[in-house]
Design a protein around this ligand. Structure first.
Ligand SMILES: [Zn+2]
Length: 70
């Protein structure tokens, strides 16, 4: 997904879930390397931004201030 607006605070579903059974991740740091926290078990993982965009299936929540177009 290249056209989604990802940033700190965004909650996403990935194409592949976490072994804990939950597939809901919050972006807690967004940069060249992003840090995501699993909302099921609170574990944190690092992922580079290019990989992250490839793995995002859906954006669940976006707290950002970019509320422009769809
Ligand atoms: Zn987990």
């Amino acid at each position: 997904m290249n056209n989604v607006n990802l940033q700190k605070g965004t909650v996403v579903v990935l194409k592949k879930g976490h072994p804990c059974g939950k597939n809901l991740w919050e972006i807690i740091r967004f940069g060249a390397v992003c840090k995501l926290r699993c909302l099921g078990c609170q574990r944190e993982v690092l992922m580079n931004r290019v990989d992250l965009r490839k793995k995002v299936k859906k954006v669940v929540e976006n707290e950002g201030n970019n509320s422009s177009d769809n």
